[in-house]
Each structure stands twice: as C-alpha cells, then as structure tokens.
Design a protein around this ligand. Structure first.
Ligand SMILES: [Zn+2]
Length: 107
C-alpha cells in the first residue's frame, strides 16, 4: 500500500466552501438580430464544496502486472455498465486495480 501525500504547499481555502449551487455559463449563441447571448444553467451539486482545496504529490507507483513504474497521476480510471469501477488502471498495460494506493486525508 502506497500513501499518496498531500502537497502541503497547495492547500488553500475554498472560496466556494459549503456551496451546493453553481451557475454554469453555456455556449455563446447568436440571435437573429446579430446580438449574442449565453444561457446560464443552475447546477445543484450532490455534496457541498469542501472547505479546502489541495493537490497530491506526484508519487511513483508500480504496476503489479507489468512491473513498470509511473506517476500516480498517470493512472487511468474506467467503469463498466455493470457498475464495476477502477481508478487504478495501469497506463502501460491496462491492468485494472494494478496497484494499491490510498490518499492522505486533510487533518
Ligand atoms: Zn501494467
């Protein structure tokens, strides 16, 4: 098991902390008279925005199938219609659940 560490220098307060509604601008559209407008969509998030934003340290991991090493940020994710899901797919050989990692949590 490899722990992916939080890069402490990237932690910052989330200006949207606690928000669940977001206004998302749509594409610009041209009206018949030549003027342009864009629609604003209201999106409701299923969980409130976290209090802090941060990034993880890029960390070397090794695939248990092909034994190649790469950064955890290169891991791919995919899902099947049957609901199975992996976010640790090897970018080299495509093996699912190719390594065991856990993400450090904010204290
Ligand atoms: Zn692999």
């Amino acid at each position: 098991m490899i722990e992916i560490k939080i890069n402490q220098n990237t932690i910052k307060r989330n200006p949207d902390a606690g928000r669940t509604t977001f206004l998302v601008p749509g594409r610009w559209q041209q009206d018949a008279d030549g003027s342009r407008h864009r629609d604003i969509q209201v999106v409701h998030a299923s969980c409130p925005e976290p209090g802090f934003l941060f990034e993880y340290e890029p960390t070397m991991v090794e695939c248990s199938e092909c034994h190649q090493k790469f950064l955890h940020t290169e891991l791919r994710s995919d899902s099947f219609d049957d609901g199975s899901y992996s976010d640790t797919i090897c970018p080299k050989c495509g093996a699912w659940n190719c390594c065991e990692i856990k993400y450090e949590r904010l204290q």
